[in-house]
Design a binder for this molecule. Structure first.
Ligand code: F6R
Length: 321
């Protein structure tokens, strides 16, 4: 069903958090996460499609909290690019099905080079799951639709946990910070529910947008990969042309395409990059573009510049994606 995401996220995180003290306690992974995460100096994340976009969000989270360099690759590129694995590397594969051939090949390549592999997967005992050294499960239930939805959200939640567990192992997280992040994560399922209940907004926006010839999805930081995912979902489900870009790249080419037939979908939560996103919207508007923005809280300036403004529940960078 369409509204399974809150439950999927709750079930992905449940095995790995201790609610008595709001700590992350990675369990059932198959290796000693404290030891392995404490030793690693480089993380590679490989995946395809939507799973690759979750990888990009994971890169922002892990680098920000754990200060370990992370490199993300599309599996079909990685496997043929003769990658270099420095010592103490960990490869994380992300695959809902656990059967994507390129991702499996990337896992095999890493294993052959002696690199430890942690799989994030939905299907237990799938090919990738069987070959990995460590396992995190989305617990999202069977993905029936062609387009990944609940598995996407469940994966983001696991990457939240992974960023906390690696930060913890590297001594980069105080007990107070950890508890705060765990509380934020714990609050996410109810917030997702709130967003899903805004279906009236979506119906109204969709009815005015269906005539457009194209959509440009923009975001910054953790919201940039979400913009990529938004564009992919529109292509797959509405058969409409959409592109995702880092908002800062708008002026480096795609601006030329913006006119009254083009909608700009801006992910613009109130954060330290908000003013930059707002100025992107001013440029888009000046060229006649339609603006759909997604933000947090009442925001008069954003509302004023937008044809449609979707308000998300207040949340920080960690869980907004
Ligand atoms: C998009 C979608 C695909 C998959 C991709 C990888 O909605 O579902 O892009 O994300 O084919 O699949 P998995 O995660 O099974 O390896």
């Amino acid at each position: 069903g369409a509204f399974e995401q809150p439950r999927a996220v709750a079930e992905a995180i449940q095995p790995h958090i201790d609610l008595s003290n709001f700590t992350v306690a990675m369990s059932g992974v198959g290796f000693d996460t404290k030891k392995v995460f404490g030793e690693i100096e480089r993380i590679f994340i490989v995946a395809c499609g939507s799973s690759y976009y979750t990888a990009l969000v994971g890169e922002y989270m892990i680098e920000r909290l754990a200060r370990i360099p992370v490199e993300c690759d599309i599996a079909s590129e990685f496997r043929y690019r003769y990658p270099v694995f420095p010592k103490n590397s960990l490869l994380i594969s992300i695959s809902q099905s656990g059967e994507t051939a390129d991702t499996l090949a990337a896992v095999r390549l890493a294993k052959a080079a002696g690199v430890k592999v942690l799989s994030i997967c939905n299907v237990r005992n799938s090919s990738i799951d069987r070959e990995a050294d460590g396992h995190l499960y989305m617990n999202a239930g069977t993905e029936v639709g062609v387009a990944s939805t609940k598995a996407f959200s469940a994966t983001l939640a696991l990457l939240n946990l992974l960023s906390l567990a690696t930060a913890q192992a590297k001594g980069k997280l105080t007990v107070i910070e950890e508890a705060d992040y765990v509380r934020q994560l714990q609050a996410a399922p109810a917030q997702i529910e709130t967003v899903l209940n805004l279906d009236k907004f979506f119906k109204k926006a969709a009815s005015t947008l269906k005539e457009f010839k194209g959509f440009l999805y923009l975001g910054r930081n953790v919201h940039y990969p979400i913009a990529l995912e938004g564009a992919l979902k529109l292509k797959e489900l509405a058969y409409m042309h959409a592109e995702g870009y880092a908002a800062g790249e708008m002026k480096h080419g795609p601006l030329a395409l913006i006119d009254k037939n083009m909608a700009v979908v801006m992910l613009a939560p109130r954060d330290e990059l908000f003013e930059k996103s707002l100025s992107n919207l001013e440029e888009a508007k000046a060229r006649g573009g339609q603006v759909i923005s997604i933000g947090t809280g009442a925001n008069a300036r954003l509302e004023q510049i937008s044809n449609h403004y979707l308000v998300l529940p207040e949340a920080g960078w960690f869980t907004l994606p």
